[in-house]
Design a protein around this ligand. Sequence first.
Ligand SMILES: [Zn+2]
Length: 400
Amino acid sequence: MPSASVPDTFEAGAFHPDHGTRRISGTLHIVPDGVRFEADGSLFQLPLEDLDVNLGGASDRLVFFAHPRFANVSIFTSDQAVLNHPAFANNRPLARARDRIRRRKLVSRCITLGILTLFFAAIAGVWLAKDPMVQAVASKVPAEWEKKLGDTAFAQITLTSKLVTDDAVQKQLAQLAAPLLAVVPQDRYTFKLHIIEDASLNAFALPGGNVALHTGLILKAESPEEVLGVLAHELSHVSEQHGMRGIVQGLGLYATVSLLFGDVSGLAAILVNNAPFLLSQKFSRDHEREADERGFRYLEAAKLNPRGMITFFEKMRREEEKLREKIPGGEALDALDFLSTHPATTERTERLEKLLAKSPRKDGFTVVDLNFKEFQSALRAKLSQPEKAKKVDAKEQNKK
Ligand SMILES: [Zn+2]
C-alpha cells in the first residue's frame, strides 16, 4: 500500500542490454513484487528480493536500482522520495541499503558542516586576532619613529594655532599634571603638554607624547579633576598607541600579518606620509572606550578622583544637547571638535560610574595641590583674544 505522501510512479531512466549503451527515458513503478520500468517499447522489472539500491551521479543525486540476476540492467531516478516508499519498508536487505544511503548522506552532510565550521572559525579567529596583531605590530615600531611622526604632525598644527607658552602658566599645568604623569609608564615616551588658544572644548594626543589641551576646555572646567580626567584619557591614547594602531589598521590585514612576521622598516616611508592623516584621524569607538578605562586606572593609581572625568563628559553631553536644540540639523556640532570625536553618551558615563562604584579607592582620593581658580585666571590673562571681548563681538554681530 502506498503512503499518502509517496507516489508509486517516478520519472526514471534505465540501461538495458537490448538498447546497448543508450539511456532510455520512462517511468518507474513500484509494484507489489518489484520495481518496474516502462518506456515506449520497453518494459522490464527487477524483483524486490535481493534488489540493490545505491546512490550515484553528480553529488549522489540519483537512486540506482540493480539486481544480481539481471546484469547490465539498471533503473535510476532523480526522485529520492522513492527511498521512502513503504514497499521497501518490509524488505530487509533494501531497508539496510536505504539506511546505508542515509548514513552516507548524513556523513557527507557532517563533513560539509565540519568544513564550513572550520572555515568560519578560521575567519572568526583572524577577526578576533586582528586587534592583538595590530597591537603587536605597533609595539614593534621604534619609539623614535613614532615621536618623529607626532612631532611633524604637531608642527603642522602650530602653523595655524597659537600656543600659550607663558612660563608661569606652563609651570602650573606641570604642577597639576605631575601626580598623573608619575603613574603613566614613560619608558617609551616622554610626554609634552601643550595649551592651545582655542575656545572649543577640545583636547588631543599625538603618537610619541605630544598632548594638547584647548584653553576653552581648561577655562570651562569646574574643577582640576575635570581637566585631569580629560588629560588621563588623552595620555591613554598615547600609551596605548591608538594613533599608530589606527595607521597599522588602515594598512589592512595582509600588510598587518606580513609586518607581524617580517620587519617593520617598510613602515618608515608610510609613516612619513601619514602626518596629515593623523590630524584628521578619529579614534575608533573601541579605542575611545579603552582610553576611558585606561585613563580611569591612571587616575585611580594617582589617587585622583575620577569623578571629574565623569562630570566633564556629562558637561559635554549637556553642551551637545544645547547645540542640538539650537541647530536641529546638528551641522554646527563640528564647532565642538572634542564632541565630534568623543560622543558623550550616557553609556560612556554609566560605564565610568560602574568602575568608580567598584573602585577599591572609592573615597580615598587626594586633594589636588593647585589653586585651580588662580591657574584659570593666569591662563585667561595670557589670552591674546580675551573671551569677554570675543563674546561682546559676537553679541554686536548678532545685533547687526
Ligand atoms: Zn579620545
